[in-house]
Ligand binder design. Structure first.
Ligand SMILES: [Zn+2]
Length: 155
């Protein structure tokens, strides 16, 4: 089981993600969470400082109201640009239109180990924001803690 992840975000970053979620409503928005890769990345108790978010287009072919898919090329390009600046992808954010910020079975099927999954609600219930990581057995999510910090700097 382990200790759930802690995701540090600037309040303005969370607001930007929420704004993206409202623009995309009633579809899901999605993007990357990036920052310096901590030495304990992938350990259950990792503290991840996401110093920036990178919005990406939801390219799911259908059901964009309750799922998202990145364009692999756009994702690779964004990752290269981050790496060039010494940053890494720490996780993924997406929205749940008119639904709670709890992972869906689709989210579970498509989650990668070690990543932090930030889910924000949009539309009805907007304001809910929760972070999740895959449990060691990959059959469920553990809820972590979103910590808003104004003075977040790359470590
Ligand atoms: Zn979801």
């Amino acid at each position: 089981m382990g200790v759930p992840v802690i995701l540090e975000l600037r309040p303005a970053e969370l607001e930007a993600i929420r704004a993206h979620a409202e623009r995309a409503h009633p579809e899901e928005c999605c993007g990357l969470l990036a920052g310096r890769l901590p030495a304990d990345f992938g350990s259950p108790a990792a503290r991840l400082s996401a110093t920036e978010s990178v919005p990406l287009e939801n390219k799911a072919a259908s059901y964009r109201t309750n799922r998202f898919t990145f364009d692999p090329l756009a994702q690779a390009k964004a990752e290269r640009a981050l790496e060039a600046r010494g940053l890494a992808v720490l996780g993924v954010y997406h929205s749940h239109p008119d639904a709670p910020a709890w992972p869906s079975p689709y989210d579970l099927e498509n989650a990668w180990p070690s990543y932090a999954y930030l889910i924000v609600s949009s539309g009805r219930g907007a304001g809910d924001a929760r972070v999740w990581t895959l449990a060691a057995d990959r059959r469920s999510f553990l809820e972590g803690t979103v910590q808003l910090k104004e003075d977040l700097c790359p470590s």
